[in-house]
Design a protein around this ligand. Structure first.
Ligand code: MV4
Length: 585
């Protein structure tokens, strides 16, 4: 086993890997950007090194600095998480040459699966097939016409060296062929720098079903079963589940065996995922992801296998401690991705900013993976995943009910989230009856009125950035939850002063502060921290307001000089009263 593992990532996945290492007695090294100095993954690791920089390119993707830290830290293993360096064969080779183990697949396997043509050839070689099509590149429209005449339309034209969802064009009929070829080539060139394209039959309503595989360095390769990731929009998955529901177990078995064959065919080791399209009882190979994926927990919940633990074990040379016969799929698991985006009736608008309150749900069969705590900030520079709610139930309907129950317990204030859209999916008839497909969220699901609780703040006639805060009140002894849209400076919990400073200064939700600091609710001033002439920083606590039996720091929303203090200790104030005036510097 490793002595010390460097986690070359941030957020929930860095936390996930650090936890697994700790449980195995492996020391952990975190890396962090300027914005992540106090982040949860840094707090949980045994050691941490600064990458410098703010954007991903300046920090988590800075190869030279990352390699320098790996050397300096003395780590004997590097876990890349997902994204960043996870599917970078050059990076894997570079650290291997330093004598450090890359906790992932061999660089050659990353390369084979890195482009669609070689990935498809690798699968064909082991008799695993993609959607029926031609393996030749398209050089002339007549090839497409001939294919259409023989197999019919629609036809999918895809970028040969593409990835993700970009560069695919659907040809509905013969008269669309020329235009589709041109636009597919243009997009392929723009996105991937190469314009080679090929074609296959277009499946109109496929499901996205994938197989989790795990392979060691002793010739063992197993499947941890399937996941369905059809509930997605623009290739961003929203909800995933395991196993893929409502598919004949014999077909799921065939799919697992196909995935194992593909993995063996490229001498794969470590954890990987083989993606398929599934339609009308048949499945078709799509590609292989040579990394640990965001949705790996649902496979863990139905198999009882800790995937990160096994990644660490097989990377350090241990054989898998179980065989395929030891693996059984028990019950059903669902992952709900919670992103800082306002669903905005289908627009999904990014909503970075400070999380003034985060309270995770709990209870039987409930797991919440996150890289944030109350007071932390979702930066515009990184993935805006706030957390993943994963639930297990003895069957799919139980898991759906548990997911909805847990979503109702989850409290996130300060940023808009995808929770209302997640709820709409779980409650939809098509999702519950498994008649949805990869097109369903975008084309069919009705998101009318589905918008964020927090982001759609009512118009207010001042220009103070406001965030939603949920407060309990009692009327005639009956309890109500009241939502208020209060100035950002008043939204943070009193328990996290240092983090709130960072949060307030960035002003994620709106522009710079006004310097006219008002209290958000009626109460009593119990402390005044500043006097006229004092210099203050944005986020500094100016006064303390006691309201609803709680002390609330009233923070500055700008940096500057105090020109006026309008209250003294013991004063009663009403909602909206200006208590301190600051001249911004
Ligand atoms: C397809 C398809 C239908 N027919 N190929 C889009 C991303 C790329 N990796 C493969 N994709 C698709 N290929 C044929 N022949 C439909 C999709 C597709 C899709 C696939 C997986 C997950 C989400 C998707 C969303 C839209 C379209």
């Amino acid at each position: 086993m490793f002595e010390k593992v460097l986690v070359a990532n941030r957020g929930e996945i860095a936390v996930r890997v650090i936890r697994a290492c700790s449980e195995l007695g492996v020391k952990t090294v975190a890396v962090y950007s300027e914005l992540d100095r106090d982040a949860l993954h840094v707090r949980l690791a045994d050691e941490a090194f600064a990458l410098g920089g703010q954007t991903a390119a300046e920090s988590y993707l800075n190869t030279d600095r990352m390699l320098e830290i790996i050397r300096e830290s003395g780590a004997d293993g590097v876990h890349p998480g997902y994204g960043f360096f996870s599917e970078n064969a050059d990076f894997a080779r570079a650290i291997t040459e330093m004598g450090v183990t890359f906790i992932g697949p061999p660089p050659a396997a990353i390369e084979v699966m890195g482009d669609k043509i070689s990935a498809r050839e690798a699968a064909e070689k082991v008799d695993v097939h993609g959607v029926p099509g031609t393996t030749d590149l398209i050089t002339d429209p007549s090839q497409v016409h001939a294919f259409g005449d023989e197999h019919g339309y629609p036809i999918a034209i895809k970028a040969a060296y593409g990835g993700g969802g970009r560069g695919m064009k659907v040809v509905g009929s013969a008269d669309e062929v020329e235009a589709a070829i041109e636009s597919a080539q243009r997009e392929a060139l723009a996105y991937f720098g190469r314009d080679e394209i090929y074609m296959e039959r277009y499946l109109s309503n496929p499901r996205h079903v994938e197989v989790q595989v795990l392979a060691d360095h002793h010739g063992n390769c197993v499947s941890l079963g399937t996941r369905d990731c059809s509930a997605q929009r623009r290739h961003q998955k929203l909800i995933e589940e395991a196993p893929a529901p409502d598919i004949d177990p014999a077909i799921l078995d065939d799919m697992s065996n196909a995935a194992i064959a593909v993995a063996r065919g490229c001498d794969y080791t470590n954890a990987g995922t083989v993606e398929f399209l599934y339609e009308d009882g048949s499945f078709y190979y799509l590609e292989m992801n040579t990394r640990l994926q965001v949705e790996h927990p649902v496979s863990e919940l139905v198999t009882g296998i800790d995937l990160v633990e096994q990644q660490l074990r097989v990377a350090s040379g241990e054989p898998l401690p179980f065989t395929q016969d030891d693996i059984t799929i028990r019950g059903h698991a669902i992952e709900i991705r919670i992103n800082a985006e306002d669903p905005a009736e289908g627009a999904f608008l990014p909503s970075p900013g400070p999380i003034s309150m985060l309270r995770a749900p709990d209870g039987f069969g409930t797991r919440f993976d996150t890289g944030y705590e109350s007071g932390d900030e979702i930066s515009q520079y990184y993935d805006n995943l706030v957390g993943k709610l994963c639930v297990w139930g003895h069957d799919r309907p139980t898991a759906i009910r548990r997911a909805l129950r847990a979503l109702n317990e989850l409290v996130i204030e300060g940023v808009a989230t995808t929770v209302p859209a997640d709820r709409a999916i779980l409650e939809a008839d098509a999702f519950q009856t498994v008649t949805h497909s990869t097109n369903w969220v975008e084309k069919t699901l009705d998101l009318t009125g589905v918008r964020s609780d927090a982001g759609g703040a009512p118009d207010v006639d001042d220009d103070v950035a406001r965030v939603m805060k949920q407060v309990p009140v009692e009327v005639d002894g009956r309890r109500f939850d009241v939502r208020m849209w209060v100035p950002e400076s008043a939204a943070a919990p009193a328990a996290a002063p240092s983090k709130r400073r960072a949060a307030a200064s960035s002003g994620g939700g709106g522009g710079a502060g006004t310097g006219e600091i008002a209290v958000p609710m009626q109460g009593t001033i119990v402390r005044v921290n500043v006097s006229a002439g004092d210099a203050v920083a944005s986020g500094d606590a100016l006064v303390v307001l006691e309201a609803m039996k709680m002390e609330n720091n009233i923070d500055s929303d700008v940096a500057g000089t105090v020109t006026e203090v309008r209250v003294a200790e013991g004063d009663s104030v009403g909602a909206g009263d200006v208590v301190v005036v600051i001249d911004p510097s």
